[in-house]
Design a protein around this ligand. Structure first.
Ligand SMILES: NC(=O)c1ccc[n+]([C@@H]2O[C@H](COP(=O)([O-])OP(=O)(O)OC[C@H]3O[C@@H](n4cnc5c(N)ncnc54)[C@H](OP(=O)(O)O)[C@@H]3O)[C@@H](O)[C@H]2O)c1
Length: 317
């Protein structure tokens, strides 16, 4: 089968499309013929081996453990192991294999108990492929910051994969959402549920006169120091990046500091919550562009440019 393979850390050019052996499902696994995946910021970070000090957590000091990246997938079940009762060949499925990876390949093995769900009727497989990574982080943000009805929530980086999901999730929870993004994306974020938009190319959002219960930096380009003045007395700040020297994690661990770090939550409740939002139409895909598998190096470059809006799809099948 064709797969995008990288056997060392480095720039996008370390990835090449090659023929590799087809995987076979074990007893409790599902073999999926991948139709679409994404290149996301998790893939590009793992490919680059960044941050370097986290390499042992997900790979190895010298070389990656997962040589085929791709953590989001949508496709059709090809075969199932003997112990799998709830999936059958021909089923349209989507899911998330962070840590395991492997979706940048024609065939992918997924544990039956992992994040693999039926694609709702009426949803394209290519659209379903973008509905896990961003929402999964956005879900962690909303849970850890207790986003709920009537709260004033500011989302910085509202057009990224995490940000566009965070706007939708916060709106679905009844929050009043202010989105910060480029003026040209204002209509998009309004359609996703933002009540108000701050155009970051025209205004410094940190000087906004409003005060918020939650400031959520989905693109990790701000700091608590700069955003503190935006918070209401009991408000809290969170960022999708570690911050310089890991400052966001350190602040989140310090007692009394209004910073939360959105470490991912157990997969089961997150997965069920996201599936409910998709089936009820409250979480919709935001797709920037598509690349064929053979052009995956260009996809990595584009994602690393920091300019993508929503997600970048890789057409595999
Ligand atoms: N915690 C984790 O484990 C984890 C996992 C995945 C990703 N991440 C991090 O989360 C961040 C977001 O990833 P993503 O895929 O959601 O984002 P993304 O898609 O890369 O976000 C791109 C969007 O962010 C906005 N943006 C770019 N530069 C900006 C800047 N300097 N200031 C404000 N906005 C800017 C732009 O939108 P506008 O032009 O419309 O403003 C752009 O379209 C990344 O930094 C990534 O490294 C963390």
């Amino acid at each position: 089968m064709r797969a995008a393979v990288h056997d060392r850390y480095g720039p996008p050019e370390v990835v090449s499309v090659r023929d590799v052996a087809e995987p076979e499902p074990r007893e409790s696994e599902v073999l999926v013929r991948v139709v679409a995946s994404t290149v996301n910021r998790t893939d590009t970070a793992y490919r680059a081996g960044r941050p370097w000090f986290a390499r042992p957590l997900y790979g190895g000091w010298r070389r990656p453990r997962a040589t085929v990246l791709g953590c989001e997938f949508a496709g059709v079940v090809e075969a199932v192991g003997e112990a799998v009762g709830d999936r059958a060949p021909g089923d349209r499925v989507y899911g998330y294999v962070e840590g395991r990876f492997g979706a940048h390949a024609e065939l992918l093995v997924v544990p039956a108990g992992g994040w693999i769900d039926p694609v709702p009727d009426g949803l394209d497989l290519t659209d379903a492929a973008v509905l896990t990574e961003g929402p999964h982080y956005a879900w962690a943000f909303c849970e850890r910051l207790h986003v709920g009805t009537g709260q004033a929530v500011l989302v910085h980086g509202a057009t990224g994969a995490i940000g566009s999901a965070a706007v939708q999730l916060a709106a679905a929870r009844g929050a009043v959402v202010t989105a910060v993004c480029d003026a040209e994306h204002a209509d998009l974020v309004r359609r996703l549920g933002a009540h108000r938009v701050i155009a970051r190319d025209r205004t410094d959002f940190t000087q906004d006169p409003e005060r918020f219960d939650v400031v959520l930096d989905a693109v990790g380009k701000s700091s608590f120091a700069a955003c503190r003045r935006l918070l209401r007395p009991a408000g809290a700040y969170a960022s999708s990046e570690l911050g310089r020297g890991g400052v966001n994690v350190l602040l989140a661990a310090a007692p009394g500091v209004r910073v939360r770090f959105p470490a991912p939550l157990p997969e089961g409740p997150t997965r069920r919550g996201i599936h409910d939002l998709i089936t009820s139409g409250r979480l919709v895909p935001v797709v920037d562009r598509h690349y064929p598998l053979e052009e995956i190096v260009a996809a990595h470059h584009y994602v690393e440019s920091g300019r993508k809006v929503g997600s970048v799809v890789v057409d595999v099948g």
